[in-house]
Design a protein around this ligand. Structure first.
Ligand SMILES: NC(=O)c1ccc[n+]([C@@H]2O[C@H](COP(=O)([O-])OP(=O)(O)OC[C@H]3O[C@@H](n4cnc5c(N)ncnc54)[C@H](OP(=O)(O)O)[C@@H]3O)[C@@H](O)[C@H]2O)c1
Length: 289
């Protein structure tokens, strides 16, 4: 198939593009210039910024003959609490998604696979979170959650029954280049503490997520929202095992630590519909090995 992958020069793209090539697909990647030069041989790079309102027309021209568009563009800030930190990511989710869909409709591309996040769910405590679970309405998390809801609405409303759309809500990525690296570093330093009331965390290895995206493309799923997550873990078990693997001190708890929103995400629907299951898992090889 001819796959046009937007934002596939990052962590996910590093796994997704080689996997698509391995499966015999023809891949074009669009992103702002910086990392296009690092794409594997045989992959054409198109320079394009979804925050530029003029991109819709350019993109529509590039999409002629494409079978499926994958939208993985994101700009997660390094410092979540810095002033204006979420502006670019919000722009990508709210406006970039609409631009992609308009270009897709203009060019007559039949299918779109849109990346989303399970991070938007409200705290579920010990309950399993299926795709029907509500998004968080806590105003403190609105700058993260509201743009995710707007992005998904754009797909379901603009896409409607005119495009075969799929939304894949990924759990927190683990693997090289993800925030798991920073967590491991802090565990080794002994500076990471969990909150005593922390419950569940849902994770997925980026290679496993790339496999789910590939399955959605190849199975031509349509009109579906799917959680993509490995088996959820209790935060204390996750941090304890990570520390043990790296020979780091056992992490303690502290009421001064930020409390994690509990996400015990069920990916039962994806496992059935995509015949997908996590194969790489969430555990890294021991630090230094
Ligand atoms: N990270 C997670 O834990 C996680 C979990 C679940 C789902 N997801 C979703 O998975 C997708 C990929 O995430 P990732 O971790 O691979 O992110 P990433 O490593 O930050 O890569 C983001 C990609 O978006 C591109 N991009 C940034 N600004 C853009 C713009 N203005 N216009 C077009 N493209 C732009 C980047 O291009 P450059 O080469 O210029 O950087 C890069 O290709 C996202 O949709 C994300 O929401 C992520």
């Amino acid at each position: 198939m001819r796959v046009f992958a937007i934002g596939a020069t990052g962590v996910l793209g590093g796994r997704l593009v080689p996997l698509l090539l391995e499966h015999g697909h023809d891949v074009v990647v669009m992103a702002p210039d910086d990392r296009l030069g690092l794409l594997p041989e045989g992959v054409r790079g198109v320079s394009g910024d979804l925050l530029d309102p003029g991109i819709t027309e350019v993109l529509a021209g590039e999409l002629t003959g494409v079978d499926v568009v994958v939208n993985a563009a994101t700009a997660i800030p390094r410092d979540f609490s810095a002033p204006g930190a979420w502006e670019r990511n919000t722009g990508l989710r709210r406006h970039g998604t609409v631009r992609v869909l308009e270009a897709v409709l203009t060019a007559g591309v039949p299918a779109v696979v849109q990346m989303s996040v399970t991070m938007a769910y409200a705290d579920g405590g010990d309950d399993w979170l299926t795709e029907q679970a509500p998004f968080d309405t806590d105003p403190a998390r609105g700058s993260i959650v509201d743009p995710v809801a707007a992005m998904e609405r754009a797909v379901t409303e603009i896409g409607g029954d005119r495009i075969a759309w799929s939304i894949l809500r990924g759990a927190r990525f683990v693997g090289a280049g993800t925030t798991q690296d920073a967590i491991r570093a802090r565990l080794r330093e002994g500076t990471l503490h969990a909150h005593p009331d922390d419950r569940y965390v849902s994770l997925v290895h980026v290679a496993d997520f790339a496999a789910a995206v590939t399955a959605a493309i190849e199975r031509r799923t349509s009109g579906v929202v799917l959680n993509i997550a490995d088996d959820p873990l209790l935060v204390a078990d996750y941090l304890g095992r990570l520390a043990e693997l790296d020979g780091a001190p056992e992490p303690g708890t502290s009421t001064d630590a930020a409390r994690e929103v509990s996400h015990r995400v069920s990916s039962a629907a994806a496992r059935q519909l995509l015949d997908w299951q996590p194969r790489t898992g969430v555990w890294p090889v021991r630090f230094g090995q």
